[in-house]
Design a protein around this ligand. Sequence first.
Ligand code: AMP
Length: 423
Amino acid sequence: MPEKITAPRGTEDLIPPQSARWQALESRARALARCFGYGEIRTPLFEATELFVRGVGETTDIVEKEMYTFLDKAQRSMTLRPEWTAPVVRAMLEHHLLAQGPQRLYYIGPIFRYERPQKGRYRQSHQFGVECTGYAEPAADVEVISLAWELVRSYRIADAALKINSIGDETCRPRYREALLEHFRPNLAQLSPDAQRRVERNPLRLLDSKEERDAPFVASAPRFEAYLCDACREHFAAVRATLDLLDVPYRVDPRVVRGLDYYTRTVFEIQSGALGAQSALCGGGRYDGLIRSLGGPQTPAVGFALGMERFLMIVEAAQGAPIETRAGIQAIGLGVQARAALLPVVAELRRLGVPAFMDYEDRKLLAHLKTADRNGARFALIVGSEELASDEAVLRDLELRADRRLPLREPRVLAASLVEATI
Ligand code: AMP
């Protein structure tokens, strides 16, 4: 026997019933985005590598070690999308959207990162996210944060916590960076290898280190709060006041710094204990410098990305396996003649938009009813030789476990009476 081929490490197949949960999350996310006035953007799965090197930042984990990069047949370096913001900005510039004023866009789709797979961490994962450009006002930060929070709230995830922070701008960040360096440098030898490597290039990233060795030094590190310039301080205070006004519950957490270089001022995460080490299910913030650094006009912007695998994991942890709602009709024909009578009824039901299922082999009624359960059918329409003789079909409510009889009339009439009987 030839060896079986399996899915690549860190990827997942989605099959029923799990794929239905994905569809439900996707449609809820789309509906919510619509409520906030966001339109969908779809970008290619691969882009010029340069876009991510410039757009995400050379000192980030993504660019340093996680990109799926390849040369195409014309020897151009291409990279599978490891995050959405840089491609969205690239597309906005390419289509001159920024010239039209503020933009509100959302996306749903896969990202690719060569990470070590573990619970909640994949090499292909999926994100729902938004980008809001053209507003420097704190109200835009709050709009984006509340959109993310609204999705989490609508799933009633009890232990989800929204954490916000400000990481300043080009005026105040250099001073804070210096203060961090002064704090970490004397203790370099005691820090984890990762932290030692990072400290000179990107000391802010040490603050979200998950290594135990780093914990005491992180805990005693200076806080950005004390270093924020007046403009950043005011902005952050207004974000907090507006969140209060809208009753969005949050905590200020100086350790939320985000992994990508392009953030300025507000950063936020939504975290859940149910995820263990990979506690962030959503992350985002303001990125006022990115659009210019990608060749566009100076444009303030704010956005977030929510990991859909992690989101569904915590939904299940919080609520248990969801109860699937039953819908549709399983047509059960016992014998060739009965099946021939039911086939046009099934076709008619589908035309009317009612899910209708049918099997084509000779099996016992019980086996057919099991199939109906598997299909999640609410009703079974049963016809055997007896029913054919009496010109009546049995309609069984599989939820209430009750039978009733319906006259076996011509398919369109029967389908219409079924729609009426099953509403
Ligand atoms: P980031 O783009 O790194 O800010 O990530 C935003 C969100 O995407 C995270 O909070 C995760 O929920 C999710 N995410 C990022 N990378 C992965 C991954 N490798 N596997 C699963 N989810 C991920």
